[in-house]
Design a protein around this ligand. Structure first.
Ligand SMILES: Nc1nc2c(ncn2[C@@H]2O[C@H](COP(=O)(O)OP(=O)(O)OP(=O)(O)O)[C@@H](O)[C@H]2O)c(=O)[nH]1
Length: 375
């Protein structure tokens, strides 16, 4: 189960970001700041020599475990669980003193399986909870990395917070474009600029990204664009002349045949917000004023995750359901889902808002599928 945010669980922050993005710089900054927290660090890197370990400032209070015989998102995932358990045993024996853990992944790691360790491994889940996934995106190399590297995209899709590093090295227009792009890939994650890892600690620790109680905050502009785009589809189908026969995929650019890959200037005259980059990872939002039928939704979500789970990075929603006057808070990571009753709707008009972040998900089919679950 996700989100069993019990007070005595040790919060774990997962720092990801592509090679050279600035993860170690950020981590060093956190470790040197006066925040009064005792932090254990798990460093994962490739290669036999632990280089980053030497780069990390070390004080006597810190536990630093280096895992350099493989990648914790794949080959040595079991070792991560083992290390976490060993760390907890040492804490119990009074040999290690920490009240939170930070994991720095390799630049190529997919944070999904790393986060899943905390839900799938029962022993680990007994002691630890994921607080959040922080993804560092480099403003200098980020745009190219996102174009070329699937793991970099997954890291963005998975993030609870995106930290933009090296903003000191690029003009504001680059930051603006990159932020815009990241926001469309993952509207859930606030984007925070950080220079040499310099960021308010509150943006990194205790963000409760996996907490079921946390509200779903989506930028109204993103929602507005999502609506406009929906309207556009209908309009488009009525008589578009751009020659693109697969309008459902227009926003993802998958099968667009209009031949214009810079859709900002697509000659069909329409404005394609999402298609500026052929990003594998994208987000969409489902909204409705009608309540869901719980059994139908449960059934549908199970089927959906069975088929598309590997490509469903993060999904979250505040749901309007029949049979209760309370909000249903729902979220998932790949195949794992969890739902919990939240506060009563009270004076607010009940409505559903769900966001899906994934790898080339069939947006139209999922929207239609969800529609059939409405009462
Ligand atoms: N100018 C500038 N340089 C930065 C910033 N953040 C990091 N760097 C530099 O970028 C380089 C890479 O930073 P690291 O923190 O080692 O990056 P990393 O993500 O840990 O790299 P890997 O462990 O190789 O994946 C270093 O030389 C840093 O000093 C920043 O905000 N501005």
């Amino acid at each position: 189960m996700l989100g069993g945010a019990m007070e005595d669980l040790i919060p774990v922050t997962i720092i990801t970001g592509f090679l050279g993005a600035g993860k170690t710089t950020l981590l060093n900054r956190i470790l040197t700041e006066e925040h009064g927290q005792k932090i254990a660090v798990i460093e994962n890197e490739f290669g036999e020599e632990s280089i980053d370990n030497d780069l990390l400032v070390q004080s006597e209070d810190e536990e630093i475990i280096t895992m350099n015989n493989g990648c914790i998102c794949c080959t040595i995932r079991g070792d991560l669980a083992e290390n976490l358990i060993r760390l907890m045993e040492r804490k119990k024996e009074g040999k290690a003193n920490f009240d939170r853990v930070i994991i720095e992944t390799t630049g190529l790691a997919d944070p999904g399986p790393v986060a899943q360790t905390f839900f799938m491994d029962e022993e680990v889940a007994q002691f630890y909870m994921v607080d959040g996934v922080i993804t560092v995106v480099d403003a200098v190399n980020g745009p190219r990395t996102l174009d070329e590297q699937a793991p970099a995209q997954a890291q963005v899709g998975f993030a609870d917070r995106i930290l933009l590093s090296k903003v000191d090295l690029v003009p504001p227009s680059v930051i603006e474009d990159l932020s815009d792009r990241l926001h469309h890939m993952n509207p859930r994650a606030p984007i925070v600029e950080c220079n040499m890892g310099n960021v308010d600690i509150k943006e990194v620790l205790d963000i409760r990204g996996f907490n079921l109680d946390s509200v779903l905050e989506l930028d109204p502009d993103f929602l507005k664009e999502a609506h406009e785009e929906g309207e556009h589809h209908h309009h488009h189908e009525d008589g578009c002349t751009c020659g693109c026969h697969d309008h459902d995929h227009h926003d993802h650019d998958d099968h667009c045949e209009c031949g214009d890959h810079d859709h900002d200037h697509c000659e069909c005259g329409h404005h394609h917000h999402h298609a500026r980059h052929d990003d594998e990872i994208a987000a969409f939002v489902f909204e409705s004023d009608r309540p869901f039928d719980p059994a139908r939704l449960d059934n549908y979500m199970r089927t959906l995750t069975q088929v598309y789970g590997p490509d469903m990075l993060r999904y979250k929603g505040v749901l309007y359901m029949t049979g209760t006057d309370r909000k249903m808070i729902f979220q998932g990571v790949h195949m794992l889902m969890a739902a919990d009753l939240g506060n009563p709707w009270g004076d607010t008009k009940p409505s559903t808002k769900m966001v899906f972040i994934g790898r080339r998900l069939p947006k139209k089919a999922i929207m239609q599928g969800l529609e059939t679950c409405l009462a």
